[in-house]
Design a protein. Structure first.
Length: 228
């Protein structure tokens, strides 16, 4: 059973009630909001361990909620709900700082697996190495803080977990499938090209020249490695 608190921001009452009932049965404490502005307010006024966030919301879109939270330095993991076939929505959500997404319609089992995977990543990221430095980048894994030079950098919980795994395996070439198993978890199905998307985000945020990465290197036909 779980003790974490989850905020669900969803305007479809049947989906909202179904999610609330399913997650309460798993032991989660649940808060809800039916529009983007109310959800943004709830996310700020109370501590949550995760937000389940629909994209199409009245008053303020899920994209804008995510963008606002990240701009204010709020690092709560966000799981976005997207419509089937809206690949652009998935990409934009990840670029704005969402940790993962689930495509509608989805099963309660799939949603729970994604939630558990995110919460597990958060816990694992705080274990092991506490501080890492390379180039002008400094990462505090316990505080979820990153600085590049004098500039703070925001990483999602998934990006923290991915970076931690790469650093812990420094010099070792990791296949996409191995990265998926370790970072996303074996219980969640994710296309292995998703790794490429998140690697690209890390390079953009941390490398001086993302097109010619010095630290997060690709190995053609195999995967990735961290080089220092």
């Amino acid at each position: 059973m779980h003790t974490e608190r989850i905020l669900i921001i969803e305007d479809d009452e049947s989906i909202l009630m179904g999610l609330e009932d399913d997650l309460k049965m798993e032991g989660f404490e649940i808060d809800t909001a039916r529009d983007g502005l109310a959800g943004l307010s709830r996310a700020k006024e109370r501590r949550h361990d995760l937000i389940v966030l629909d994209i199409m919301l009245p008053r303020m879109s899920g994209f804008d909620v995510c963008r606002q939270l990240r701009q204010e330095g709020i690092t709560i993991p966000i799981l976005m709900l997207t419509a089937r076939g809206r690949e652009a929505d998935k990409v934009l959500g990840l670029e704005l700082g969402a940790d993962d997404y689930v495509t509608k319609p989805f099963s309660p089992r799939e949603l729970l697996a994604r939630i558990n995977a995110i919460l597990r990543r958060v816990k694992q990221t705080r274990q092991g190495i506490e501080v890492a430095r390379f180039g002008d980048v400094e990462i505090d894994f316990r505080k979820y803080e990153v600085r590049k030079g004098n500039r703070p950098v925001y990483l999602t919980s998934l990006e923290f977990a991915l970076l931690r795994h790469l650093i812990n395996s420094k010099g070792e070439v990791l296949s996409r499938d191995a990265i998926l198993d370790e970072v996303w978890g074996k219980e969640v199905y994710v296309d292995n090209r998703t790794v490429d998307t998140h690697i690209a985000h890390l390079r953009k945020k941390l490398e001086d020249d993302p097109a010619e990465p010095r630290y997060i290197q690709g190995v053609r036909g195999v995967g990735y490695k961290f080089h220092e």
